[in-house]
Design a binder for this molecule. Structure first.
Ligand SMILES: [Zn+2]
Length: 224
């Protein structure tokens, strides 16, 4: 997902610090997507399409597999998990996000931190508007979302928010909080909406595609 005109930018150091404080208190956050559920998964690739100036979270969208292939798009129905306890709420915003779940992490928040996680382009697994969820609980699955950017690419747009008023857009960088997202290979170009996939055109509706010809900004993992 990307930022709509009128929203404030974006990654705020104060927001990052509030989430970093959670880690420092010894609270373990669960990764929203477990690589172990993805066949042959080895490592995430940072493929957000836009840099963080225009993009408000991390896209779990691309990875290196164990044969050193680079895979763009996750398997449909991949499970999405709550990173911590809280109250999950379902939204159907109409500005390009597709279906969104937010979780208010009341017990993680001290002195009005307003810590909240957000999961976009998902299909909730529970019925109704809201549900109390536990850390690690499956809250949704991935699917082709009519609101998803990148040509209906199956992916999770994930955000760490530090204000319960979502529209204040006080956002932390997930890569600064989740160890497995630090120092990732970067797929380029990052600042273009255009990409090509083995000759397929822009917005080609791919579910899973290899993109070996895309430039990767760091040394890929070598399986030897
Ligand atoms: Zn996104």
């Amino acid at each position: 997902m990307y930022i709509i005109m009128g929203f404030k930018p974006i990654i705020l150091p104060e927001a990052c610090k509030r989430w970093a404080d959670v880690k420092e208190r010894g609270i373990v956050l669960v990764s929203p997507i477990s690589g172990s559920l993805i066949p042959n998964f080895h490592q995430w690739i940072q493929w957000n399409g836009f840099n963080l100036k225009y993009h408000t979270g991390f896209d779990y969208a691309a990875y290196i597999d164990r044969t050193c292939g680079r895979v763009l798009g996750l398997p449909p129905n991949t499970e999405v998990r709550a990173i911590a306890d809280g109250e999950a709420r379902v939204f159907h915003p109409n500005y390009g996000y597709g279906t969104q779940i937010t979780i208010q992490h009341t017990h993680l928040s001290v002195s009005g931190d307003g810590l909240m996680s957000s999961y976009v382009h998902v299909k909730p697994v529970f019925s109704g508007f809201s549900k109390e969820v536990k850390a690690g609980e499956v809250i949704a699955t991935l699917h082709k979302d009519a609101g998803a950017e990148r040509g209906r690419l199956v992916h999770l747009h994930f955000e760490l928010v530090a204000n319960w008023d979502y529209y204040k857009k006080e956002i932390a960088d997930p890569a600064s909080i989740f160890d497995e997202l630090s120092a990732l290979p970067i797929a380029k170009p990052q600042q273009s909406t255009r990409f090509s996939l083995s000759g397929a055109g822009y917005y080609s509706g791919l579910e899973i595609a290899h993109f070996n010809h895309l430039e990767i900004g760091a040394e890929p993992w070598n399986p030897e």
